[in-house]
Design a protein around this ligand. Structure first.
Ligand code: TYD
Length: 138
């Protein structure tokens, strides 16, 4: 199923270059889960790599509402995906159990729509533990 794999969700840009644009993400219509939390990150220096974790159950849809954000994802079979978010109307759907590393351009703002509330026990922050989860097939 497409929603089990990371993929880009293309949304509409409503407006024009003379007036500016609006982009809308509605749960069910565009986002394949119930949105329980929204967070954003900003002022990340561009030499910094963030992420370095996977989520056991959390689903996310992530936008670069400003700037450019590079994602590298690794699934439980070791398959790597690379995505560049370079437009505010393109979101990245990340299913559970994908190890991610994230790089930001200067002034990038990351907006995340998430399927659940913050729960530190949903994180796997150790890559070797992530690989073990692969062996155990959670
Ligand atoms: P983390 O998800 O590891 O950020 P990133 O993947 O961008 O590097 O979160 C960074 C810190 O912020 C960590 O200490 C947990 C905290 N945090 C919250 O308290 N609530 C939240 O909703 C999120 C996303 C993070």
């Amino acid at each position: 199923m497409l929603s089990d794999k990371p993929h880009i969700i293309e949304l509409k840009s409503i407006g024009s270059s003379s007036l500016g644009y609006i982009t809308v993400a509605e749960q069910q219509h565009h986002i394949p889960f119930e949105i329980k939390r929204v967070y954003w990150t900003y002022y990340t220096p561009n030499q910094v790599t963030r992420g370095h974790h996977a989520h056991k159950a959390l689903k996310q849809c992530i936008f670069a509402v400003s700037g450019q954000i590079e994602f590298e994802l690794i699934n439980m079979d070791g398959v790597k995906y690379k995505f560049l978010l370079d437009s505010p109307d393109r979101g990245l759907y990340i299913p559970p159990m994908h190890w991610r590393t994230i790089k930001f351009s200067h002034s990038a703002v990351l907006l995340c729509l998430a399927s659940d509330l913050y729960n530190e026990s949903d994180y796997i922050r150790d890559y070797n533990k992530f690989l073990k989860f692969k062996e155990n097939e959670i």
